[in-house]
Design a protein around this ligand. Structure first.
Ligand code: NAD
Length: 360
């Protein structure tokens, strides 16, 4: 299986190198048959070739079994006409990665901020909604008819809602069998009404999964008050973006927040956080978010490619991360520990070797 690695900007090269080291270790120990292929993207590529994402890289990503992408300094990108292609948006759109799956789980020994323990997954629609740069066939979903009037178009389709709902219910069957749809139907009666109509139809086809609904504003409060009541949360693009950051922060911090963007044919591991330009190149970044995202990608490969050993590798990585994070002396500085990226990754490799010894 071929994995395309796109290091990205800022801390991207540091955390993707750490992630590839972890993937290489499980690949060797469990004979997963992974091959890595790295392509330069982002600001470095823009300087070299005039674009942050050349067509040939997009083609390589399309032909791969999986993608590992580092964060991009999108705020520094020039307009698209000058080569500044938003990597994340382009890959999600071009490869139809319609499901953004973001787990948030409190861990023993890591301070979490909510009133109850958290162990949930936010399943966020990834290709429509308010995201003006990807919700139109041509042109942008945002425009200014006059200098003093700006408008944004929000897109919700029956098929988009149906497929994200199916993803959520199938996921719930592997967990605690509970789905909560988060919406704002009291204000956006038509578009949220369509979303809920489709989710309810999928819920009716999954009678073994408990189903509930929650307004997005009260959901933000419930996450703080009693996140333990939620298992799988399904929602539209922007609500999912915001709520998943809240949930991850409550669970211990964005630096631990895993995420995949998945479609029927492709899957991309991508950290939830950005390119952290303030610490880039200093060996301080915490690679956990991308490492755990890669573990989610391994689970996706296990399911879609029948590669069972990838599921063993994912379990081993997640378990080793939990063990390392349990000890304050083995953490990176963002979590109050003393370590930089290299020493943290080394500790994680040691922990993993212990788990994998004799399993190949
Ligand atoms: P950020 O997530 O990059 O950083 C916020 C804070 O968290 C910073 O202090 C940073 O040092 C810290 N931080 C983030 N990740 C960390 C890690 N792995 N280890 C240790 N500390 C970490 O958010 P920002 O500063 O708002 O954005 C910076 C750039 O990233 C912008 O150009 C933005 O557009 C871009 N961005 C990209 C993505 C993506 O590619 N998926 C997502 C969000 C933001």
């Amino acid at each position: 299986m071929r994995l395309v690695v796109l290091p990205g900007d800022g801390i991207g090269p540091e955390i993707t190198a750490a992630t590839v080291a972890i993937l290489t270790l499980v690949n060797d120990a469990l004979a997963l048959g992974l091959r890595f292929e790295t392509h330069e993207v982002g600001l470095a590529r823009l300087r070299r070739d005039g674009t942050t994402l050349p067509d040939e890289v997009l083609d390589a990503a399309r032909a791969a079994d999986g993608i590992v992408v580092g964060p991009a300094s999108t705020a520094e990108y020039p307009p698209r006409a000058e080569g500044g292609i938003n990597l994340s948006a382009e890959l999600r759109r071009a490869l139809d990665l319609f499901a953004n799956i973001r787990p948030a789980r409190s861990r023993e020994g890591v301070a979490s901020w909510g009133r109850t323990p958290i162990d949930l997954v936010i399943v966020r629609e990834n290709t429509e909604g308010f995201y003006a740069d990807r919700n139109m066939h041509l042109g942008s979903g945002e425009f200014m008819p006059t200098p003093d009037l700006a408008l944004s178009v929000r897109k919700v389709t029956a098929e988009g809602s149906r497929r994200i709902a199916r993803t959520a219910f199938e996921l719930a069957r592997t967990r605690r069998r509970k789905v909560t749809a988060v919406h704002k139907v009291n204000v956006l009666r038509v578009s949220e009404g369509l979303f809920l109509r489709e989710v309810r139809a999928v819920a009716a086809a999954h009678p073994d999964v408990a189903y509930g609904e929650q307004l997005v504003d009260s959901m933000a409060a419930w996450l703080v008050r009693d996140a333990a009541r939620f298992d799988v949360v399904v929602t539209t693009n922007m609500f999912g973006d915001i709520l998943s950051d809240e949930a991850s922060e409550l669970a211990g911090g964005l630096g631990l927040a895993a995420s995949i963007n998945a479609g029927d044919a492709h899957c991309m591991a991508q950290a939830q956080h950005g390119s952290a330009p303030d610490i880039a190149g200093r060996g301080l970044a915490n690679p956990t978010s991308l490492v755990l995202s890669a573990a989610l990608l391994l689970r996706w490969l296990a399911r879609t490619r029948g590669a069972d050993r990838c599921a063993v590798a994912a379990w081993a990585i997640e378990d080793a991360v939990d063990a390392v994070l349990r000890e304050p002396a083995r953490r990176t500085r963002d979590l109050g520990g003393p370590l930089g990226t290299a020493a943290f990754t080394h500790g994680l490799e040691e922990e993993l070797r212990g788990r994998l010894a004799g399993r190949a």
